[in-house]
Structures are given as C-alpha cells and as structure tokens.
Design a protein around this ligand. Sequence first.
Ligand code: ADP
Ligand code: ZN
Length: 644
Amino acid sequence: MDPGSLWGDDDADAPSDGPRVATGPPPTFEAVALAVRHAFGFDTLRPLQEEAVRASLAGRDVVVVMPTGGGKSLCFQAPALVRDGLTVVVSPLIALMEDQVAGLVENGVAAAQLSSSQSADEKREVERRLARGELKLLYVAPERLAADGFLSWLERSGMAALAVDEAHCISHWGHDFRPEYRLVGEVRRRLPHVPILALTATATPQVRADIVRNLGLADPLVLVGGFDRPNLTYRVLPRRDLVEQVMSVVKRHAGEAGIVYCLRRADVDELSADLKARGVRCAGYHAGMDGADRTRVQRAFLNEDLDVVVATVAFGMGIDRSDVRFVVHASLPKGVEQYSQETGRAGRDGLPAECVLFYGGADFHGWKTLMEMSARDARAEGNGTAGSDLDAQLERLGHVWSLATGAVCRHRILAQYFGQDLEIPAAGCGACDVCLGEIAHVPDGGVIAQKILSAVVKTGQRYGAGHVADVLRGAETARIRQTGHDTLSVYGLLRDASMVDVRSWIDQLVGSGHLRVADGEFPTLFLSKSGVEAMHARIPVTLYVPARPKSSATKKPASAARSAALDEVGGAVDEGLFHKLRELRRALAKERGVPPYLIFNDRTLAEMAAKKPRSIAALLEIKGVGDKKAADLGEAFLAAIGDA
Ligand code: ADP
Ligand code: ZN
C-alpha cells in the first residue's frame, strides 16, 4: 500500500456518512443516450449496448461478449456518465488504461486511473478528486482492488458499479490468463450490492463460465454479439516467398497501419529487417525485447510514427489504434479463437481492412509437436488433465487447419466456429478470397485426389508430404532412388503440377480429413476411412488451386478503404482533404500529448472529408464529434475544411 494514501483504515478525508450512492430511481435510458451524444457524438447506442446499459442501470450483473471493435467500452462508459457515484474499471494493462482514460478526458469525461506508473503526487491528486466525488470513472489494475482497505475506501467514496475489461484474463482457459484477476472476485464478496459488468471478446463457454464463477456473478444477463466482422476481408494463401508475399500486402496499404504476426522471435527479427530494407516504416516487437524497447515500439505505432509492427502474439492487447488496415499472419495461428482475436485488431473504426494468412504444412506439424511435447512435460509433472488438454488443443488446431485449407467462405466458417450461422448471399460475401473467386476449383479435383491418395498407399503410408509430392511429380531425389519409388505406377502422375500446388492439395486432403498425419516422430501420412472411400472415387472430393490474388486484389486503388466506405460516411470522400485532416490530427495529437486516434478516428475524418461541415453545429452532426471536442478542436478542423 502506498504510504500516506487516503484509504488507510483511519483516514479522515474519505466520506464517513455512508456510501454516497443515491437510492432514488436509476437514471433513464434516454438520459444515457443524451449523455452519450454529448460526450462521444454517437446518435444511437448499438442494440447490445442498449441492453447492457439498461440491465446495468437496473442493478443487474452483465456479461458482454463481443468481438474486438464491437463497442464494448460504451457498455460501461455510458451508464457511468449518468449514474450517481463512481464506476471502477479493472483493466489488465497500464497502456490500455492510459489510452482509455486519455480518450475519455479528450471527450470531457471525468475519468482517471490509479496505476504504478504514476508519481506519488499524481496519485494523491486522483485520490483527492475521488474523495470529493468528482470522478465518474476510475481505472485500476486488478491487484489494486485487493490492497488493504482500498475497497472499503472506494465504497465510502461512492463506488456504484464495477466493470471488468478483458474479463477472460480471469480464466486459465483463456489465452491471456492473469492470476491477479482472481483478486477481482473479492469485490463481490466485500461489496455484494455493487453491480458488475464483465466484458470480453473470448467466446468459448468454458471461459464464460469461469468469468461468471470467479467474479461471483448472480444470474447475470449474458449478451453475445455477432462475431462476424463484415468490414474485414479475409485471404488465405500457402506460403511461398514470405517476404515478397508480405510486401505485396504492405504495398496495397502504403502509408497505412498494419500488424504482421510471426510465430517465433527470430522470425520477427528477420522479417522486420527484411521489410525495413525494403523501405517499410516498421519495427519488431516480441517478449524477448526489454520492456522499454517494447513500450517505445508500441508508442511509436500508436502515435503513427510507425506503419507496421512485425510481432509475436505478445503484441496485441492494448493496441487500440483503430485504423489498423491490415493484419498478416506469417504462419498458422494455433486456433481459430486466436486468429479471430488477432485479426480483430484490424478495422476497429469500421472501415474496410484486410486479413491475410500465409500457411504451410510445416506450421501444422510444428504446432502439433509443440503441443505434444508440452503435454508430455505436463504429464511428467503429474498433471492428470494433460491428455484431455492435448486432445482439446489438437482439435482446435484441426479447426484452424481446416479454415486455412478449406475453400468455404471464411466469414461463414469463422462465424460457425463461434456457433453462429451466417446468411451468405448467393453471390458470396464479397469479402473473402473464396467468395471473391480468387481461388479456383481444380476441374478434375477428384482424380487428382485419387492419384495422391494412391501414392500415399503405394509408398506404404510411411512418408511425409514432401516425399509423396516428389514421387507424384517424378522428381529424382536420393530418397527416391534409395526406395525405388521411381518404379511405382504413381511415379510422375502429377508431373505437370507445381510443387506448391501438390503440397497444397495434400494439405487440403489433410484438412478435409481424408489424409491423416501420424503421431510419431515424423509427420508421415496415412489414409483415413474417408480417404479410402475417396481413393476409390466412392465419395466426391473438391480441390482448389491455391489463391493467386487477382489483379483486383493486388492493385491498390487510390484508397480502397475509404472509397468502399462511402455508404458508411454518406458521400464521396475528398481524398486530399482526408489526408490534410489526418495531418492536422497528427499535429494536434503531438501538441496535446495523446495518440492521434484519440483525437478523432479515421471514420470520423472520412465523414468530415465527405460532408465538409462549415459550422460547429454541422460538425456536431458527425459521428464521433462530441461537445468537448467540437469546442476544443472544432475551429481547427473547420479552418482546414474551409480552405479545402
Ligand atoms: P471494443 O472495446 O469492443 O473493441 P470499442 O469500445 O473500442 O470496441 O469500440 C469500437 C469502435 O466503435 C470505436 O471506434 C468506437 O468509437 C465505436 N463505437 C462504439 N459504440 C458506438 C456507437 N454507439 N455508435 C458509433 N460508434 C460507436
Ligand atoms: Zn466469403
């Protein structure tokens, strides 16, 4: 506990005449909507936001499960604006906290944080404001809630609600488990009357159950949003020349923000050096770097001093930059959940963004080996559930592998994974490589499948994909000479196909379950029951040619994102003006010491560049412009628009 802090047991400053929470009727939803309009400049709350707000105001516990960019923050920020007393927000990362608080302050909301990054004076100032009842929102790290006397002090200062952000951190089933989050359960035990609102983007039932149990929620209203992100375009390609492939994505988004995820730290270092050498404003980020370097990269990215961050998955939570226009995976993620979380960082402003996954068969085997190894270690340490954990992990890996190698609408598959059925129009979703017709079915896929499956059988079901492909392509390798496989009837049957295609077809057959990969030391292939059926042409098999992005995908229109967003912002965006407004935003952000996206997001700037408001009143009509920003920044933006 901080020496001299106000929440000591016998402190004199905190109110002693009971909680300051009003006991009158809760504020109406209409009052919330009005406050949101004034503070944030949004004319409406989204349907789930409205439900969450209504329930929370009525004192009910709420669990909100929404994808990244779904608008979770407003679920607790909106009621906090109007409710009597303080809303305490638990957040896992200081950077995340700082940005959210800075964003709220920019919008004129009385918010503050208490964190270890503050000086004693800063903390005391926050404590004073709390004691005077001046704050609407207070952000804290989970461990602070458990500090001696802090909770009772908060109660005496009028704590009226608790919001738990990134609530999946409380579950060891989640991928970001933080033991400190368990301390948050104290709040319910100590202050049972304070309603709790828990938020997460992680949708698995196990995680959800853990949240409810560990926070001690009572009959919570569970709200699950739509997991589809229509503004994201998904593409999946076999990895060939990774650097060139990544460059082609980066070039489509010149000057725009993106994240490239790699599996290993060494891959991060190598790829970021390669991209830098090609003139990309990028930096690497991984957990092996020291804390100061990591913070520097993260800040530079948020401040728009960097366009691209090449990173391991350590880079993620807390990256609130809303104009990330692409997310690349340089190799297969370990599950669909992770994939969805990581790609979710693209296009949070609602404007179009692109997600490209590059994969190879080696990724699958690499993960599998890793999972098996750690399960072995866990068993050796006496962990009895290691076996079932491994099965679950392998199943999740299988799902992401099918996603990669399959040729079904990516939006549909992703939504399905989260238990949601997506209606896809006959013409396709318009936002994935499959529906955009970028991947072509092989006309005689069934026959090719037969050839591959019989090559696996003829070589004794004892070899991996590389050798089988060599045999089919009629290669002259030492191994082929040794084994005499050049005398087999299958030798050279796919002589005209490229290595990449043959490997991809094998991957696809693994993905569809016709081929299996053995558990042993080597990833040897063998046929499943359905594989035998397919070999005898008793069931249909479709194969596709791995995506070769069409010109529409490779050429970069002046600004695909903005022109595709015309509907969204209601008119043609003046590109020149848009860039000018971005520059202005950057300058103002520097002046005010906040990241640019906290000034206005790209969507708001695009709408300004389309509608060209000429007065403060007209500016206030634009989504994302609240009263305070209109007052603080309105004249500067009107001036820039005025002489456009
Ligand atoms: P999450 O926390 O779920 O990832 P955010 O709270 O960051 O999502 O919101 C995502 C984006 O949606 C932000 O740019 C936010 O300004 C915008 N947004 C949220 N609610 C609304 C609303 N009711 N109307 C318009 N824009 C909204
Ligand atoms: Zn699709």
